[in-house]
Design a binder for this molecule. Structure first.
Ligand SMILES: Nc1ncnc2c1ncn2[C@@H]1O[C@H](COP(=O)(O)OP(=O)(O)OP(=O)(O)O)[C@@H](O)[C@H]1O
Ligand SMILES: [Mg+2]
Length: 258
């Protein structure tokens, strides 16, 4: 698996973060305070998150673990601004993000967060290269995209190279293995140089070998570039490899050292 440094040495993607005197970033990149979230089904409210408090340190790999149905994906979706809590606040550095209007929320997500899912969510009719470009196509109007397209294509190719897929630019998702599809999804999540990567069971649909490759890739991004990663996982071995583990239990969070 290629290391990431060669690519990220390019100024366009170098991530610079404030450091404290101890060498660690001082402010959590994400903070959630007293988050409540229920779903309603047949007029019944099903409480899922019941006062979640958490902090995500910058530059670390954080795992979220908990039983199936404990609300891990629900929580990740709230952190990603894909859904809003019923009450409570979520802050990204100095900005409150749980109450943004739709446009601001979409812009914030496009600019600051990369997201990967267990089932990749690639568009089947597009090539690998086009899939990586999708966030830019969505985020920008036709003229701006056309104006910048050459640079974006260049960057998408670099990212595919970074994840070991430079020989697969023109393949469609159905022509790729599961591990390769997840690598495309990782490349797509990095196209906008996010400060934070959120991953929901990124290895959950892969065999052990492919799962380990994806973990190596994510750990390289975290180690080499201090890219902050928050990852939902069922796998205790994967959780053990992270810097922090957030345990979700009975709709609340207990933050313990990994
Ligand atoms: N859209 C929805 N409508 C109603 N209930 C939902 C909805 N989405 C999730 N739930 C319920 O909320 C609870 C938490 O779901 P969630 O998907 O967050 O769990 P999870 O911890 O990610 O589980 P898993 O480990 O199986 O992925 C579950 O009981 C689920 O049935
Ligand atoms: Mg889930």
């Amino acid at each position: 698996m290629p290391r990431t440094t060669a690519f990220f040495d390019k100024p366009i993607v170098k991530i610079v973060r404030p450091k404290t005197s101890s060498g660690l970033p001082d402010k959590p990149i994400l903070r959630a305070d007293r988050i409540f979230k229920s779903y309603s089904k047949a007029n019944l409210a099903i409480p899922v998150l019941k006062g979640v408090d958490l902090e995500v340190p910058q530059g670390k790999l954080t795992s979220i673990v908990g039983q199936s149905g404990s609300g891990k994906s629900t929580l990740l979706h709230l952190l990603a601004t894909l859904d809003a809590p019923d009450s409570g606040e979520i802050h990204f550095l100095d900005n409150r993000i749980d109450n943004l209007g739709r446009r601001e929320r979409d812009r914030f997500r496009n600019e600051s967060i990369g997201i990967i899912f267990q089932f990749y969510h690639l568009l089947p009719e597009l090539t690998t290269l086009e899939n990586v470009l999708v966030p830019k196509m969505i985020a920008e109007n036709f003229f701006r995209y056309a104006f910048n397209k050459k640079a974006y294509v260049e960057r998408a190719k670099h990212l595919l190279d970074l994840v070991g897929l430079s020989h697969r630019f023109t393949h469609k998702p159905r022509e790729l293995s599961g591990g390769e599809m997840q690598r495309v999804a990782i490349a797509r999540s990095l196209i906008a140089s996010p400060k934070l990567l959120l991953a929901d069971e990124p290895t959950g649909n892969l065999d052990r070998e492919n799962g380990e490759e994806i973990m190596t890739l994510l750990k390289n991004l975290n180690d080499d570039e201090s890219l902050t990663i928050v990852m939902v996982t069922h796998d205790p071995e994967i959780a053990n490899e992270s810097d922090h583990t957030i345990h979700l239990e009975s709709g609340r969070v207990a933050l313990k050292a990994a």
